[in-house]
Write a protein that binds this ligand. Structure first.
Ligand code: GLN
Length: 242
């Protein structure tokens, strides 16, 4: 049993230490003696997504997101969409989450055509949605309560039939108005939560890992870990947000 993880665009989409999510996934697999192979895929490397079990895409400012457009247009968007439809597990954060939608029209009115893997769009606004927040994942996404941090000007609106990752308990989420947070489509987990989100949300992390293992091996039951430190950080943040 092993997992192959692709870290896409670590060079330009890594706001708020989002790469810490990859470190967290690696450690939680290694602590269970599950081999894991992480390959970075910076912009322009032209590597294929074939053979990966899990893809991670972090967040980035509008400028960095614009740097991706040419590569997306010349085949990467099609490849990402095919991987999503094939059931590859994705964890995408903020700008990386927006990237899977149809487009992002930023607050300066610049419209960026994105991947179109999930039927949703993002509309930028002068007012940024910033702060610590918490949400509860939908049952199909594990049902855990996640404590996170968000900072985005883009407001995302899900298409009909697209499930949110969860419902906002405190904070803004996708757009500050419809109470949804992120998106959960096939094995894609999209969230606005930076932080990085996984270290203090171990249940969410393990659910994502089990999703990738289950797709590859048919079954997955990760052994419990001593998460007292992680849960202490999680519970403290949740308490502050009550
Ligand atoms: N640039 C996007 C926005 O402002 C995403 C920001 C982010 O990844 N934190 O909404």
């Amino acid at each position: 049993m092993e997992l192959k993880i692709c870290h896409m665009y670590p060079d330009i989409l890594n706001l708020y230490g989002d790469r810490g999510n990859v470190t967290c996934m690696v450690k939680r697999l290694q602590w269970r003696n599950i081999p894991v192979d992480v390959q970075r895929m910076p912009l322009g490397t032209g590597k294929s997504l074939n053979g990966f079990d899990l893809v991670f895409i972090g967040g980035g400012q509008d400028f960095e997101q614009q740097l991706l457009l040419d590569e997306l247009k010349h085949g990467k968007a099609k490849e990402i969409k095919a991987a999503v439809e094939d059931g590859v597990t994705f964890l995408t954060i903020c700008g990386g989450f927006q990237l899977l939608g149809n487009y992002y029209k930023n607050s300066q009115g610049r419209c960026m055509d994105f991947v179109g893997a999930i039927d949703m769009y993002t509309q930028g606004d002068k007012e940024r949605l910033i702060g610590n927040y918490k949400f509860q994942c939908c049952p199909e996404a594990g049902g855990s309560v996640v404590a996170g941090f968000e900072n985005h000007s883009g407001k995302t609106y899900l298409g009909n039939g697209v499930s949110p990752l969860g419902k906002v308990l405190k904070g803004f989420g996708n757009n500050g108005s419809d109470g949804t947070e992120g998106a959960h489509y096939k094995n894609v987990f999209g969230t606005y939560s930076h932080g990085p989100v996984l270290p203090k949300n171990p249940e969410f992390c393990d659910f994502i890992l089990e999703t990738a293992l289950r797709r590859k091996y048919g079954t997955a039951q990760l052994a419990p870990l001593d998460d007292r430190a992680e849960l202490s950080a999680h519970d403290e943040m949740c308490r502050k947000l009550d």
